[in-house]
Design a protein around this ligand. Structure first.
Ligand code: NAD
Length: 429
């Protein structure tokens, strides 16, 4: 199939590349000319494991190319995916101006039947608005269908998630686009759920809110575990082995972040409110999440007493492992809170230091994780990068004024850390 993806970010670039990998001919469009130029020259705007090799091989095979022209993308493809940002507004509702802008551009460039697929995460009823917009701006010249096809990839595992999806959700308002959507996804051999557009749109917000709820649930349990002297990891293992519950998303931590969960939760609460329902359950999920960060900062402050001029090493800046994405990262939030209290920070992240620089301009960036602890009063683990488990703990301990570690991701074993001479504080253990 000939496919265009409008918006070549974390979702658009990985989706376009995986579509090319299974044999489709793909144009990835972006309105950021610097990004398009970088990609055309063989550069990568984001870090995602396995992506660069896949982009290079599909470009070389002539199945994948990049353009800054929506007109070119709309003219040359049968199926047009929209993967542009849907950021939050101050009141928690979604800014749909990117989606509206792209819908207008598609409308004014369509010369024959097109399937317009929304892959961005949008509030229920957005499909109807996109349909109205395209009708209005194409002046009824050509036929088209709007489809909702939410994306469930996890950054850091995006290539694998796209190549092997648990399911593909396709929301339609008529039968006409269904066959083409089946052809797009047939090579991925995943179950395809065909439903109405509103249900498809709701599936995405309901799924992300449920995952965030699971995280806040285990974080709430971590508070009870700390008070009771129990171990949240043992509790998570014990309940997670129940197939009805499952072990995933039951890792206690300093809280969730990233470009999706916080914004999708706020959006879903707002959507429900506009539909006349007070989603108190999800408000509580948000509250538990922000309390979790506050509690972690308090733990650090009560141990170090005065934070002003304390030298603190921070391992991790990305919002989670295997990504360079720092949008709404709890690690960045934590650093900003500590800086506000006057702490002096030495930080390291395997991939996210460049993207963190504008957000944390006054910290010292350390290229090698084993040098972060140099002269520090405490060391913090803020992101669950697996390589942090290989930290030279002896060297770190020797190089610190006090061997104190605050592990916001429960990467290390409390008993082992104690045996090695650390004052070790983690979450719910
Ligand atoms: P992103 O910011 O990484 O990428 C969006 C891209 O769209 C940018 O490159 C931007 O330059 C481009 N863009 C903006 N306006 C444009 C226009 N008019 N024409 C062409 N390009 C334009 O965002 P993302 O993380 O890929 O998210 C995109 C959507 O997918 C959002 O709705 C998000 O909620 C959803 N989503 C994200 C993830 C994730 O893990 N990042 C997962 C599932 C769903």
């Amino acid at each position: 199939m000939k496919i265009t993806i409008i918006g070549t970010g974390y979702v658009g670039l990985v989706t376009g590349t995986c579509f090319a990998q299974v044999g489709h001919r793909v144009i990835c469009v972006d309105n950021d000319p610097a990004k398009v130029k970088l990609l055309q020259g063989g550069g990568m705007p984001i870090y995602e494991p396995g992506l660069e090799e896949l982009v290079n091989s599909n470009v070389a095979a002539g199945r994948l190319r990049f353009s800054d022209s929506t007109r070119e993308g709309v003219e040359q493809s049968d199926v047009i995916f929209i993967a542009v940002p849907t950021p939050p507004q101050a009141d928690g509702s979604v800014d749909l101006s990117f989606i509206e802008g792209v819908a207008r551009e598609i409308a004014s460039n369509m010369t024959a039947y097109r399937i317009v697929v929304d892959k961005s995460t949008v509030p229920v009823k957005t499909g109807e608005k996109v349909t109205e917009t395209i009708k209005r701006y194409s002046k009824g010249r050509v036929e088209f269908d709007v489809v909702s096809n939410p994306e469930f990839l996890r950054e850091g595992f995006a290539v694998d998630d796209l190549m092997h999806p648990d399911r593909v959700v396709v929301g339609v308002s008529s039968e006409r686009p269904v066959q083409a959507m089946r052809e797009v996804y047939e090579p991925f051999k995943a179950p395809i759920i065909v439903t109405d557009i509103s249900s498809a749109e709701l599936i995405k917000h309901a799924a992300n809110s449920f995952l965030a709820l699971k995280i806040s649930y285990i974080n709430a349990i971590s508070v009870v575990c700390e008070a009771a002297g129990a171990n949240v990891q043992e509790v998570a293992n014990g309940i997670g082995m129940d197939k009805r519950i499952g072990r995933q998303f039951l890792d206690a931590s300093l809280g969730f972040g990233g470009s999706c969960f916080p914004k999708d939760l706020s959006a879903f609460i707002k959507i429900a409110e506009q539909l006349g329902y007070d989603f108190g359950l999800l408000k509580e999920v948000q509250r538990i999440n922000s309390d979790q960060m506050a509690r972690f900062v308090k733990k650090i402050a009560s141990t170090l007493w005065v934070l002003k001029d304390k030298r603190i090493g921070v391992l991790g800046l990305a919002f989670k492992q295997n990504t360079d994405d720092v949008r709404m990262s709890p690690a960045i939030d934590l650093c900003q809170r500590l800086l506000k209290e006057g702490a002096v920070l030495r930080v390291h992240d395997p991939q996210a230091m460049e993207k963190a620089r504008p957000l944390l301009p006054t910290v010292t960036y350390v290229g090698e994780m084993n040098e972060v602890a140099e002269g520090c009063d405490a060391l913090i683990v803020a992101t669950e990068w697996p390589e942090f488990k290989k930290l030279d703990l002896d060297r770190a301990r020797r190089n610190m004024s006090h061997p104190i570690m605050f592990d916001g991701r429960n990467l290390f074993d409390p008993k082992e850390m104690e045996r090695l001479g650390w004052i070790y504080k983690s979450i719910g253990r």
